[in-house]
Design a protein around this ligand. Structure first.
Ligand SMILES: CC(C)(COP(=O)(O)OP(=O)(O)OC[C@H]1O[C@@H](n2cnc3c(N)ncnc32)[C@H](O)[C@@H]1OP(=O)(O)O)[C@@H](O)C(=O)NCCC(=O)NCCS
Length: 143
């Protein structure tokens, strides 16, 4: 099991995890496809025997790496996989001297707890940010 860059051959696996976890709020296959081949994005996953267990899609700017989408396949949740992925992004951000940020729905307690455990702190809120009216919590990681 190792963390690797996601390649076009993993597109279906990536999309299926997103669909399973986000349902109608999932990115489209086309959005994932273009992020995989775009150097502004960093798409990585925990892969075992060419099976994708957990993925992270992030976009990088001059000074920040922003996690846009993260999910773990249902049957592999609570095994520390998202923790491993985020730790990998933390190390990357440190190496390239960028900050690490993300947005999370205020109602997503599980994800918020996980991020807090990993050193993310709330910097501000964006009210009514999501389609369902939920607030976005903007968090930056203490590296
Ligand atoms: C949020 C999400 C990505 C977390 O993925 P995960 O792989 O289950 O995360 P982890 O296993 O690293 O951490 C989850 C829990 O397992 C615990 N854990 C960590 N390592 C562990 C291990 N080796 N063995 C057992 N449990 C472990 C963590 O402490 C954490 O516990 P907590 O819920 O009490 O905080 C996953 O639940 C998911 O895909 N959710 C739906 C999509 C989503 O909401 N994404 C985030 C949008 S911002």
């Amino acid at each position: 099991m190792e963390i690797r860059k996601i390649k076009p051959q993993h597109l279906d696996l990536l999309y299926n995890i997103s669909l399973e976890q986000f349902g109608t709020e999932s990115w489209t296959k086309e959005q994932f496809e273009s992020s995989i081949v775009d150097d502004n994005y960093i798409c990585a996953g925990l892969i075992e025997d060419d099976k994708l267990l957990c993925y992270v899609v992030a976009i990088q700017s001059l000074d920040d790496i922003n996690i846009l989408s993260i999910a773990t396949k249902e049957e592999h949740k609570n095994k520390g996989y998202a923790t491993r992925m985020i730790t990998w992004y933390k190390n990357l951000a440190l190496q390239v001297d960028k900050t690490l940020s993300l947005e999370v729905k205020s109602k997503n307690e599980k994800a918020k707890n996980l991020y807090q455990k990993l050193g993310f702190q709330k910097v501000h809120e964006r009210k009514n940010y999501y389609k369902d009216g939920d607030t976005a919590i903007v968090m930056f990681c203490k590296l």
